[in-house]
Design a protein around this ligand. Structure first.
Ligand SMILES: Cc1ncc(COP(=O)(O)O)c(C=O)c1O
Length: 412
């Protein structure tokens, strides 16, 4: 091998696609890897508590489906999804006031896959995509390779601000442009924990009708409510107005209710959209694992969700309370935080000019971790914000971890 022989990296680095050239790690990602060691208290991840996994019931469901229908559940299946699961998801959607038939359901490999499919179908290079500010970083990551022009829309404690949405749409209309879609995590948002108020949901649908706006409603957390009254899903309001989904494609998942390792999510929405989504999905993975889908179906058929949801609500509700109490006790002057009625996250805003990434370095020395807020901002704002996850660490570590975090914050 001569010294001039190119290395593997030389060979591959020589020609990335535009999307390939655009993806890069970050210093924060590297720092957060450190925090996966056991002595760390991590508020950084978005992980469900493993204590909530229904391991035994999933074991039994696996045994049953393999014993009774191995030749079906180990075989390739339809791209749209395992038919009995699509039926079950149509009934689950009806319980969420989104009346659809099994044909209106597309099973996806987690909601994350639906985001990628929607990006492929709806975003061209330069397409305006409206996102909440801040928003789910995994959605930004899924959409980015398609070259969107993100338009951040302001939120407050009642969620996306309708006037801000309308003014963004009016601005686009003046230049003759049309938004590809609005992406919204309306309920117990990742990252802020904030929920869009019921009144604003109606106002946002009014705007969607005026502007023919498409809405992607991403709802992994809606069932995880610890107090307060539920607001109707955007998809439910849309279907109530039109009899069927019209403006809204609704995404949900078993990741936070059963187990993310199953990789089973679903999309419901207008038929023409779902048909196209299935064609794209076929090129991605042919279909979501039949065995996973059959296990999800078999467990839920047996009423597992009705046992899981109250249990998770109780455990996460207590953890949210522990985190709120600890913040009240230890947070330094000038730090504000959200008080979510559900979900897995809360959001801190530090005084103007503070730098959460710098705080992270100090927090890591104290063996506690969180995610600085900037990555959740499509436009790179939010240096003085951060996200805390409260579902993963047990209550005793939450108190201890928040205390250490607040010491790091108090250092400036
Ligand atoms: C808002 C949001 N959407 C989608 C996902 C991806 O979930 P899934 O496991 O279903 O792919 C997550 C996961 O944390 C999320 O928070």
């Amino acid at each position: 091998v001569s010294p001039n022989t190119p290395t593997a990296a030389d060979i591959w680095d020589a020609g990335w696609s535009r999307a390939g050239a655009g993806v890069a790690g970050s210093a924060i990602r590297e720092l957060l890897k450190l925090t996966e060691q056991p002595e760390f208290i991590s508020f950084a991840g978005g992980l469900p508590a493993p204590e909530c996994f229904p391991a035994e019931e999933i074991t039994l469901a696996s045994e049953r489906v393999l014993a009774s229908s191995a030749s079906r559940v180990l075989q390739y299946g339809p791209t749209e999804g395992f038919p009995p699961l699509r039926e079950l998801l149509a009934s689950l959607s009806a319980r969420r006031a989104i009346p659809v038939t099994p044909e209106d359901v597309l099973v996806t490999s987690g909601s994350q896959q639906a985001l990628d499919i929607l990006g492929k179908l709806l975003i061209d290079s330069g397409s305006p995509v409206l996102v909440e500010q801040p928003t789910y970083v995994g959605a930004l990551q899924a959409f980015r390779p398609y070259g969107p022009r993100f338009i951040p829309v302001a939120m407050d404690v009642a969620g996306l601000i309708p006037e801000a949405l309308e003014s963004a749409l009016a601005g686009l209309a003046r230049t003759g442009a049309r938004a590809a879609f609005l992406y919204s995590v309306a309920t117990f948002q990742n990252p802020t924990g904030v929920t869009l108020s019921a009144e604003r949901r109606g106002a946002i649908l009014d705007i969607a009708e005026r502007y023919d706006l498409r809405i992607v409603e991403d709802d992994p957390y809606g069932e995880l409510r610890y107090d307060g009254a539920p607001a109707p899903h955007l998809a439910a309001l849309d279907a109530a107005r039109h009899g069927r989904p019209r403006h809204v494609v609704y995404l949900s998942t078993f990741s936070k209710l059963l187990a993310p390792g199953l990789r089973v999510g679903w999309a419901v929405g207008p038929a023409s959209l779902l048909r196209k989504m299935a064609l794209i999905k076929q090129g991605l993975d042919l279909h979501t694992g039949t065995l996973s889908q059959a296990i999800a179906h078999e467990s839920c058929r047996d009423g597992l969700l009705d046992r899981q949801i109250p249990r998770i609500r109780q455990i996460y509700g207590a953890r949210r309370d522990a985190m709120l109490r600890a913040l009240e006790r230890h947070a330094p002057e000038g730090v504000r935080w959200t008080r979510p009625e559900g979900g897995m996250f809360l959001w801190l805003t530090l005084p103007e000019g503070a730098d959460a990434a710098r705080t992270l370095a100090r927090a890591v020395e104290r063996k506690v971790a969180f995610v600085p807020g900037q990555a959740f901002h499509a436009d790179g704002a939010g240096a003085n914000t951060l996200r805390l996850n409260f579902s993963y660490a047990p209550p005793a570590s939450i108190e201890d971890g928040v205390q250490r975090l607040c010491e790091a914050l108090a250092e400036g």
